[in-house]
Design a protein around this ligand. Structure first.
Ligand SMILES: Nc1ncnc2c1ncn2[C@@H]1O[C@H](COP(=O)(O)OP(=O)(O)O)[C@@H](O)[C@H]1O
Ligand SMILES: [Mg+2]
Length: 629
């Protein structure tokens, strides 16, 4: 990665690249982000579910009200049924016969009614909160993935896939858990605290004062902890993402790992990051664990004072036993939300950290932009020209240093050169996977920058060294080149690509599942599916990047046959290691250290006695007589 300061010191043309290369990696620094921005994102996310949120809110208000009402039947029984206290005026009319047992019955009925309403509200609350949580998570997942798909390749060059995976899974589910359980209950907690306070003051204000005197101190204590907890949580997430990265890499390269017998090395990689994760988690837990016990002790102290003072008030007939009972019940109800708020600090910290990690992806603007006045590229002839093209993946490490060449429409161009000479880079610039730092790439005489990426890429087909098969049927894998292709077209393409025979021989023919957990197909077969995919795409420009490099001679022959049919009538750029693949090209260029060192036809280049003829000699001499390239 290029350090951030570089973009300030290195003088670069004002291209997208200048910005891209100066961009810092998504990293551990900067755990704080503007809370206004965060709220904007949250508002954006929950907006579609406003209706459900209102239902949840009403249900929660009912729950709170029922929770506040629940100690009162007990007070009625203690004070007015058992004790000598007169029943409150508003109750007189309700009691069927003005008797004590009638009142007790009413109190009992009250308990049941309060519980019923409370239970119903809880059910509604839970169900709709979960719905909001799940759908918000769903929206987030889709949004992140959609955004990632649109980011430039340069972004993925710098990112570990594991970290991205971990965000799209763990961070999203953290948000989902939070939304499912906490968001609105915070509001209810606050409402409960206010309601309880009001009722306590109404019952006995100076007494209430004693009970809640400690609260401000407690709240300050809680908010102090917030920062520490958040920092620790951020660390934990970083380490968890590391674990995903290590495991992902290890499993993906399991074949190499086994071949080299490095299983224990992989184990030790994991155990290292895993230990770090444990350390970070325990450190976070040490901070978090302080909260609950401290609050419990404060609650106990307050309860002790209330009991002691209450007893003396009752003895002096200044308070009823029922009122003290309600008071004690409320004290519990008062500190529970305070405690919840403290506990939520943890959940909030986790959710905030998750949201920040998500937001950092969503805010990444690492795309190759279309110009404002970009035009749609309609059917092209296929002339391609590189004019003094300079390009490097990193600042200060140029890969192409002034590449010049032209291919006329419908002609074939062979590209050869040493490994790492920049052949694939040239191929990647044509569809604008990257934009050149300097110079121009002309398609039919017009700078490719003037076209939208999408319309440009529609005109280009690829067969790469290794064809990736997506999970799905063979049919869908061929149709990947052009969604909507008919079965007849797919079969026609497969026939041209020399793939029809082996596909037909498969257990379910074109409906055989391939890709992950599907049937394994050999390298040569994969390439032929790749060719069929390119045939279906039917684009005027074709890029072949070492399509036969990984194949044996027999597979190569079958693939070459398919390729020859595919190439007919198109502008073709073939990158090849084996010179036999490109000797018949209309033009061959030799890339050497970032420039075109030689160009011409096979015969011309041989007579020049330069790099090409040397390459040819090496391959000719190492190939058995009779099979000369
Ligand atoms: N995504 C990338 N990020 C950074 N450097 C890269 C990337 N791809 C290729 N390179 C570097 O660019 C140079 C040219 O690579 P490439 O075009 O793949 O060569 P070739 O296809 O001729 O073997 C190499 O030095 C390689 O290390
Ligand atoms: Mg290459």
């Amino acid at each position: 990665m290029a350090p951030n300061s570089m973009s300030d010191t290195v003088v670069e043309p004002a291209t997208v690249d200048g910005k891209r290369k100066g961009k810092p990696l998504v990293g551990p620094s900067d755990p704080d982000m503007g809370s206004r921005e965060m709220f904007a994102l949250i508002r954006d996310l929950v907006r579609p579910y406003t209706g459900w949120l209102i239902i949840v809110l009403v249900a929660m208000l009912m729950e709170t009200a029922m929770s506040l009402a629940s100690p009162w039947p007990l007070k009625v029984v203690i004070d007015s049924v058992l004790g000598a206290h007169p029943m409150p005026d508003w109750m007189r009319g309700l009691s069927p016969r003005d008797s004590k047992m009638g009142l007790a019955f009413l109190a009992g009925a009250g308990v049941v009614l309060i519980a019923l309403i409370g239970a119903f509200s809880t059910y509604i609350d839970n169900y709709f909160t979960e719905s909001v949580g799940q759908w918000v998570a769903n929206d987030l997942r889709i949004r992140i993935y959609d955004h990632l798909q649109r980011l430039s390749l340069a972004y993925f060059d710098k990112q570990q896939t594991g970290t991205l995976l971990s965000t799209i899974t763990s961070d999203v589910s953290t948000i989902q858990n939070f939304a499912s359980s906490n968001t609105l209950s915070l509001l209810v907690d606050v409402l409960t605290i206010l309601g309880v306070l009001a009722l306590m003051f109404w019952l006995n204000w100076d007494f209430a004062l004693i009970a809640v005197a400690v609260t401000p101190g407690l709240l300050i204590f809680v908010s102090r902890f917030k920062k520490a907890v958040k920092k620790a949580t951020h660390e934990v997430r970083l380490h968890q993402a590391d674990i995903v990265s290590v495991v992902k890499e290890g499993l993906e390269s399991v074949r190499v790992v086994k071949a080299y017998g490095r299983e224990s090395l992989e184990d030790s990689h994991l155990s290292e990051v895993s230990h770090e994760a444990v350390d970070a988690a325990l450190k976070a837990r040490r901070v978090k664990s302080m909260l609950s016990p401290i609050i419990s002790i404060v609650v106990a102290l307050c309860t002790a004072v209330v009991l002691w003072r209450g007893a003396s008030l009752i003895l002096r007939d200044l308070m009823t036993v029922g009122a003290l009972t309600v008071f004690l019940a409320y004290l519990g109800k008062f500190f529970k939300p305070v405690q919840d708020l403290a506990k939520n600090t943890n959940a909030i910290a986790q959710a905030t950290v998750a949201l920040e990690r998500i937001k950092r992806i969503l805010d990444t603007d690492d795309v190759i932009k279309d110009r404002a006045d970009a035009q749609t590229l309609e059917a092209v002839q296929g002339t391609i020209a590189f004019e003094n093209v300079h390009f490097g993946y990193e600042v200060g490490a140029p890969v192409l240093r002034g590449v010049d060449f032209v291919i006329e429409a419908g002609q074939t161009l062979g590209v050869v050169g040493t490994t790492g000479g920049g052949k694939s880079t040239v191929a990647g610039l044509i569809p604008r996977f990257y934009d050149p730092d300097d110079g121009r790439i002309l398609i039919d005489g017009v700078d490719a920058m003037h076209y939208t990426k999408e319309s440009l890429r529609k005109q280009i087909g690829f067969v790469l060294q290794d064809t990736v098969l997506f999970r799905g049927t063979i049919k869908s894998n061929i149709a990947y080149g052009r969604p909507g292709a008919t079965d007849a077209e797919i079969i026609e393409a497969a026939k041209l690509a020399n793939a029809h025979d082996f596909i037909s021989a498969m257990p379910h023919g074109y409906d055989t599942l391939v890709g992950e957990r599907g049937l394994t197909v050999s390298g040569g077969q994969r390439q032929r599916i790749g060719i069929a995919r390119a045939i279906i795409r039917n684009s005027p420009i074709l890029i072949l990047d070492e399509p036969t490099a990984a194949l044996d001679t027999e597979s190569e022959r079958l693939v070459m046959e398919g390729l020859t049919k595919l190439m007919k009538g198109r502008t073709v750029i073939t990158i090849a290691h084996r010179l036999s693949t490109i000797r018949d090209s209309n033009k061959i260029i030799v890339l050497d250290r970032g420039i075109v060192a030689e160009q011409g036809t096979h015969d011309e280049l041989l007579t020049r006695k330069g790099i090409y003829s040397e390459l040819y000699r090496i391959q000719y001499e190492s190939t058995p007589a009779g099979a000369a390239p």
